[in-house]
Design a protein around this ligand. Structure first.
Ligand code: BF8
Ligand code: SF4
Length: 649
């Protein structure tokens, strides 16, 4: 039985309309399944359940009574730390396997082995080559690209030394990592070692387990994820600011609607091209449709939004709602963050669910396997399938009216151009505005949705509004960016409406929103690069941990979020999570993650279930950093030169 109409499930009208329709149609949604899981296992929620061997499962009593240890003797801190370590490994593996796929395709493109992809951003390729120590001279782009591809692919299986992109971090940060012994040697190696250490009877000392979680997470943020972002930009183009729209109202009753959902842009880039193919457009007309509309869900959405302005249909928990509209003719998924429920939801309508990646199959879906060697062929096949399915709509479709404009496309390079001027990319104006206090600090707000957190998006939107109201510039990725876009925070006009006077002034002068969309979850590496650019610009300390900056994943649910949080903490950033936190039952471990670890890496974790309080934890941290930098009271300390003034005028 589906739930009754429960308006408290979402804050946007489009979702509410379709949640209501699901209810009328008797279709189960994630919120229904979540309710049926209640009460959830308290041991699991607190990180006190272990099933790493068949002497277990073992649970630890959270109230200090027996049992206080598992059969092997592992206590609460060991069990929760092992769990945390494995979550970090899984998250790192997900981002990095994505990165590996991109690197393999890139290398094949560079070698001329596959058609359909190209090298679009040569400048970025050359920059990457320099960071890899690859000679440029008068070598051809193709030769350089082959070396870059081989080097990138080699990072996954590298066994010794240090991953090369960690050299992008401020020198002081690199020294901290080196001294602690957490510089990752190779991406796969750290993931494998994390799995080894968390086996029964290996690493039982929670500091030591977390130390390796740090090494593993760094292999994600400054390794696998960064490779994914960089090579995708080289192949598909580095994003530039553009305008588009968001929410389920982007579906169009009169056109063929194709939703791409998942993470890797290798296929979705081709679907964008295929959806514009004249033959397929003619076929759509023949079938009675007025064209082909493409929309995205989750990070695939962010990828094709950032580079092509393709509208976003929704965030993580809107995936079922897109099908429930009755006008989604095909949903194409690749890897990560889709529900097994999709084919059963689709049964009530006409939607065809396609899986495309051998790593991500769903019972009941149609599998059309994607290989980059036949990328366009597969993309055209999928678009054709959607068109052929258009006449099969069952009637009773509901397309919500609600959609919102947004501006996206803020790579760390374009932030430099937007703020520094078209001919002189620079972070100086941003630094100056942080130093003079117009911008109080910078916050990265990222991550998922979670039916634990109702209404949908509420925590994201409340937190981000509170941050910008207090002059904190917000950088976003993932579903959090989609949530805030739906609420109208990603348009320049949001500055006057929601931002504090200092931030609003800067945004209005430059013409940017107070909330900048930086892409998908692997693109959190862009935030690392932006933060590094701020440090390197000068005037705000000499390490990432000196910056008046903080991070958050308000409605997180995926293991990927733990990996991201840990690499931000390990990079010196204060990170707040909402909803739940996976170690709360382990007191010493939690105290270490929330406090002790700061002495080692400069960053630390926090958990706060109230969005306003969480925003103020971040603001207090930002203020403490301002004080430490001596910029807490000084206003207008820095005199702008004429170039800066022109850039700001
Ligand atoms: O990788 S934010 S729900 S879509 S895990 Fe998934 Fe979470 Fe969305 Fe992007 Ni990221
Ligand atoms: Fe229990 Fe230890 Fe086995 Fe975990 S590893 S299930 S705590 S015996």
């Amino acid at each position: 039985m589906a739930i009754e109409k429960k308006p408290e499930k979402a804050i946007d009208e489009a979702s509410l309309t379709l949640i209501c329709k699901a209810c009328e149609d008797g279709v189960d949604l994630s919120w229904d399944r979540f309710e049926r899981q209640q009460p959830q296992c308290g041991f699991g929620l607190l990180g006190l359940c272990c099933r790493h061997c068949s002497m277990g499962p073992c649970n630890i009593n959270p109230f200090g009574d027996e049992p206080s240890v598992g059969v092997c003797g592992a206590n609460a801190d060991t069990i929760a730390a092992r769990h945390f370590g494995r979550m970090t490994a899984a998250g790192t593996a997900a981002h990095s396997d994505h990165g590996r796929g991109v690197a393999q395709t890139f290398l094949a493109v560079a070698r001329g082995e596959i058609k359909g992809y190209q090298i679009k951003d040569e400048q970025k390729l050359l920059k990457l080559a320099m960071d890899f120590g690859i000679p440029i001279g008068d070598r051809s782009i193709q030769d350089i690209a082959i070396d870059v591809g081989e080097k990138a692919l080699g990072m996954f299986g590298q066994q010794e030394g240090e991953l090369p992109l960690l050299k992008r971090a401020p020198l002081k940060r690199q020294e901290i990592w080196r001294k602690l012994g957490v510089l990752p040697r190779g991406i796969d190696r750290e993931v494998v070692e994390m799995m080894h250490r968390t086996n029964i009877g290996v690493d039982m000392e929670y500091h030591n387990i977390i130390k390796h979680a740090t090494r593993t997470a760094l292999a994600d943020g400054w390794g696998g994820s960064m490779i994914a972002t960089e090579l995708q930009d080289v192949m598909f183009g580095t994003p530039m600011p553009l305008v588009s729209s968001v929410n389920l109202g982007i579906l169009d009753k009169d056109t063929v609607n194709i939703i791409v959902h998942g993470h890797e842009p290798l296929l979705s880039e081709m679907i964008v091209a295929a959806s514009r193919d004249p033959e397929l457009l003619a076929l759509a007309t023949e079938k009675g449709a007025k064209g082909i509309s493409l929309g995205g869900i989750c990070c695939t959405a962010n990828e094709i939004l950032m580079r092509h302005g393709i509208p976003i249909a929704g965030d993580f928990l809107q995936q079922e709602l897109a099908v429930i509209s009755g006008v989604c003719d095909a949903m194409v998924v690749d890897v990560q963050c889709f529900f097994l429920s999709l084919p059963s939801v689709a049964k009530c309508y006409h939607t065809k669910i396609f899986t495309t990646n051998v790593r991500g199959m769903i019972e009941g879906a149609i599998h059309v396997e994607f290989h980059e060697h036949h990328a366009m062929e597969t993309a055209k096949k999928l678009v054709r399938e959607a068109i052929e399915n258009f006449p099969n709509r069952k009637g009773g479709e509901v397309v919500p009216k609600d959609k919102m404009d947004l501006v996206a496309g803020f790579s760390h390079e374009t932030i430099g151009y937007m703020l520094g001027g078209l001919f002189r990319a620079s972070y100086k104006p941003l630094n100056d505005n942080i130093i003079n206090g117009r911008i109080r600090g910078v916050a990265g707000v990222v991550g998922c949705n979670n039916p634990r957190m109702v209404p949908l998006d509420d925590y994201h939107v409340k937190m981000v509004k509170e941050l910008i109201k207090h002059d904190v510039l917000v950088l976003q990725t993932g579903c959090s960016a989609i949530a805030c876009a739906k609420a109208g925070l990603l348009v320049p006009e949001a500055a006057a409406k929601y931002a504090g006077p200092g931030l609003a002034e800067v945004c209005e002068t430059v013409g940017i929103p107070p909330v900048l969309h930086m892409g998908s979850c692997v693109d959190n590496s862009r935030i690392l690069m932006a933060a590094t650019a701020v440090v390197k610009e000068g005037g705000l300390g000499d390490d990432l941990s000196d910056l008046p900056a903080a991070g958050a994943a308000p409605e997180w649910m995926s293991e990927k979020a733990i990996a991201i949080g840990q690499y931000f903490v390990a990079s010196g950033i204060y990170v707040v999570f909402g909803g739940s936190f996976p170690t709360l039952g382990a007191k010493k471990l939690t105290e270490y993650l929330f406090n002790g670890i700061e002495k080692e890496v400069g960053g630390k974790w926090a958990f706060e279930s109230d969005p306003i309080k969480a925003a103020h934890l971040m603001i207090s941290h930002i203020d403490a950093k301002r004080k430490a930098l001596g910029i807490d009271t000084a206003k207008e300390r820095v005199l702008l030169d004429m170039g800066d003034r022109r850039a700001l005028d």
